[in-house]
Design a protein around this ligand. Structure first.
Ligand code: G3P
Length: 242
């Protein structure tokens, strides 16, 4: 059974709050309000947000943006100290979760269990992959999206779309060899509309971004620019004002 896509229709911009100080606690709420402003200008794109676990409930309660967790375990209620269950996340308003992010990696067995449990709860899954091989593994689990993020480019200034465009095309091909319906996102170093438009040109259905928004002086403007890249044809972006 494949994970549902209804709440994450492409093109997608996922803003991962990670544990940036600008995106925790009260600041998670104010950042979310700023992102809502940006999303309102681009109704044809999906802007989803991934706050840290302690903020999921408050953020989901305060916002209509689709909320993802940054990680979910495949455990069932019962023993499992420190585990984060899909049903707890769903009860708090999350519509899905990232799994296997480069900063929160799991074994293939754990990824499999997480995807199964999230899917069983009707939740979306973005399964992250650090290379083409892991993309294949994640695609075989039938998540909503596989997200290709080369770890060495995460948090940097050079976008994966410029540094290694081939890895996005190769990942899409590898994922669709395993599952012809597989969809991919990409991320790492993505900062502006051109990066997002290029990701789409390379076959991605959207992007994951963190520092480009959480460290921006004006997160609303940063997100608007990224969303512009998600909806406008790449040709119209060249040379245009931000
Ligand atoms: O999940 C998105 C993330 O890993 C990308 O981070 O800071 O390179 O946009 P960043």
């Amino acid at each position: 059974m494949a994970a549902p896509i209804e709440d994450l229709e492409p093109p997608v911009l996922v803003v991962n709050y990670k544990v940036y100080p600008t995106a925790l606690g009260e600041r998670a709420l104010s950042l979310t309000r700023e992102l809502e402003e940006a999303a309102a200008s681009y109704p044809d794109a999906t802007l989803a947000i991934a706050p840290s676990h302690p903020d999921v409930g408050a953020v989901a309660q305060a916002s209509d943006l689709p909320v993802l967790a940054q990680h979910a375990d495949g455990h069932r209620p019962g023993s499992g100290t420190g585990r984060v269950l899909p049903e707890s996340l769903s009860d708090r308003g999350a519509i899905g979760s990232l799994i296997n992010h480069a900063e929160r990696q799991v074994t293939e067995k754990e990824a499999n269990r997480s995807v199964d449990r999230l899917t069983e709860k009707g939740m979306a899954v973005i399964a992250c992959a650090e290379d083409v091989e892991v993309t294949r593994t994640m695609a075989s689990l039938e998540p909503t999206y596989v997200a290709m993020e080369p770890p060495e480019l995460i948090g940097g200034d050079v976008s994966v779309t410029s540094a290694d465009p081939g890895i996005i095309e190769d990942s899409l091909e590898a994922a669709q060899e395993i599952d012809p319906d597989a969809r991919i996102l990409c991320g790492a170093g993505v900062k502006d509309a051109e990066d997002v438009a290029k990701a789409r040109d390379l076959g991605a259905e959207g992007v994951l971004v963190a520092s480009g928004v959480t460290k921006a002086e004006d997160p609303t403007q940063a997100a608007r620019d990224l969303l512009r890249g998600a909806v406008e044809p790449a040709a119209t972006l060249e040379g245009s004002e931000k």
